[in-house]
Design a protein around this ligand. Structure first.
Ligand code: NDP
Length: 262
């Protein structure tokens, strides 16, 4: 077994790495922060709810991990840059970015829920770009110095599938998937691995924010017939991607509940 292959099966393959996780106060981001810390990474956890982040940092610390909470609204570009400056000053810069904060607000397009359209665009596209803008210099620097860095964006199966009433959400996630492919071409030669994870339904707070009656009924029905993914299923996937030998990049991971048709 080579040293690199061995690293994949090590219990702490991310020792010495610094991971930034957005949307870390609940769901997929929270589970990923705990998992990446358990694999040895120092994690900076970002979201708006400071109390939830503090609880997470305490829990990670109790389990022997290293974590720092940074309360930030990712739609505020200046605040995200300040968070990135703090990561550089306190942790020496990020070499793993899990760009994950997002919101899903389905509704029939004819209902003209323009505030919800804007909210999804502001967070899933502009917020995601603010984070990429602030942290990419750190990733490129880390890749130059240590040989590798990871930019992992959370997209959705909605980026590939057709879902009535999910058009705006699906559009924002199609942006994330397509952007990731392009960034891979640009950053791969600089040793930054770029990935998009496209999950089907994962049971999190994401569904709690849905206000549309039809979508709620659909989600409730799906819950009864499909064993939804759990946040830790995605966390394990993020950990796997980041633990691969440095020459290996998984650009796109489509991950579905076994019984979810599309
Ligand atoms: P959650 O609602 O549990 O998590 C969303 C996270 O985003 C929270 O930590 C929230 O924290 C954070 N967030 C929301 N707004 C902001 C903001 N303005 N600034 C900073 N952070 C913010 O849902 P999930 O864990 O499910 O969602 C994570 C990602 O996974 C999203 O991008 C979602 O689209 C994607 N996804 C989810 C699927 C699912 O079925 N659950 C399926 C496919 C993709 P806070 O409120 O404290 O700021």
């Amino acid at each position: 077994m080579t040293t690199e292959t061995h690293a994949l099966f090590s219990t702490r393959p991310l020792d010495g790495r610094v991971a930034v996780i957005t949307g870390a106060s609940s769901g997929i981001g929270e589970a990923s922060a705990e998992h990446l810390a358990s694999l040895g990474a120092t994690v900076a956890v970002l979201a708006r709810r400071a109390e939830r982040l503090d609880e997470l940092v305490t829990r990670i610390g109790k389990n022997g991990g290293n974590a720092v909470a940074i309360a930030v609204d990712v739609t505020d570009a200046a605040a995200v840059q300040a968070a990135a400056d703090r990561v550089a000053a306190e942790l020496g810069g990020a070499d793993l970015l899990f760009n994950n904060a997002g919101v899903m607000l389905p509704a029939p397009v004819e209902e003209l829920c323009v505030d919800q359209w804007q909210h999804q665009i502001d967070l899933n596209i502009s917020g995601l770009m603010n984070v990429i803008g602030a942290f990419t210099p750190q990733l490129v620097r880390a890749a130059g110095e240590r040989g590798v860095a990871d930019l992992i964006n959370t997209s959705s199966s909605a980026a590939q599938n057709l879902c009535p009433t999910f058009a705006v959400y699906a559009g924002t996630k199609a942006f994330v998937s397509h952007l990731s492919k392009h960034l891979r071409v640009e950053l791969g030669p600089k040793s930054v691995r770029v990935s998009a994870i496209e999950p089907g339904i994962v049971g999190t707070e994401l569904q709690d924010h849905v206000t549309d009656a039809g979508a709620k009924v659909w989600l409730e029905g799906s819950k009864e017939t499909v064993d939804w993914l759990r946040p830790d299923d995605i966390a394990q996937t993020v950990g796997f991607i980041a633990s691969l030998p440095l020459r290996v990049n998984l650009p796109q991971v489509f991950i579905m509940p076994t019984a979810q048709p599309s």
